[in-house]
Design a protein around this ligand. Structure first.
Ligand code: GLN
Length: 195
């Protein structure tokens, strides 16, 4: 299995590191042609307007959408979650629009730029997951077809809709492999569904 990590800007090296701990070789993606062999894609955190602009400049937006139509799973963290959303609260900003969610950029306020919090994520088992939030968005609302996997202080911070997974926090900045292993399982399930 090969998992692509969009490497235009942001925390792509950290995703590559944790994927290798999961026994998966990551392919850094900067051009559409590099996406041919990948079975899943991670869109990392960073700055969502920059990632969106570079994505369009390099024609990666259409390449990603095409692969998702063939069933490729995508996981977005932080700015990557913003890229997956259909709706960005109060802003007219480019996104891929793959998930029926409305996100609020910098939703936890500017004063608390960054914080860490233990999250209860039933899908990952009993032990809390240490969430690292950096100028994080949250999910303001979801359509009924979207599963909510985690909240923090009443705000939605992790969601799944079919082959798409989004987290407002940065699991690649911890040594806990469970979120990435969960995504790896999504890819295996998607492959079996196609086969
Ligand atoms: N605040 C950033 C944005 O809106 C996201 C921050 C992050 O990815 N760590 O693009």
């Amino acid at each position: 299995m090969q998992i692509g990590v969009l490497a235009l800007q942001g925390a792509f090296a950290e995703h590559r590191r944790i994927l290798s701990q999961c026994g998966v070789e990551a392919v850094l993606i900067r051009k559409p042609g590099e996406m041919k062999k990948i079975d899943g894609l991670i869109i990392p955190g960073g700055e969502s307007t920059t990632i969106g602009k570079l994505m369009r400049d390099y024609h990666l937006d259409t390449a990603i959408l095409e692969k998702t139509r063939e069933g490729m799973p995508v996981f977005g963290t932080c700015a990557g979650l913003i890229m997956l959303a259909k709706d960005i609260s109060g802003r007219d900003q480019f996104s891929l629009g793959l998930m029926d969610i409305k996100v609020k950029r910098n939703g936890f306020g500017r004063q608390v730029d960054s914080f860490e919090a233990d999250l209860h994520i039933d899908a990952l088992g009993k032990a809390p997951f240490h969430g690292v939030f950096i100028r994080a968005p949250y999910v303001e609302s979801v359509k009924p077809n979207v599963g909510i996997l985690a909240h923090h202080e009443g705000k939605i911070v992790m969601v799944r809709q079919g082959n798409f997974l989004g987290a407002a926090f940065h699991p690649e900045l911890t040594d806990d492999l469970r979120v990435h292993l969960y995504f790896k399982q999504m890819i295996e399930d998607a492959k079996n569904a196609i086969a």
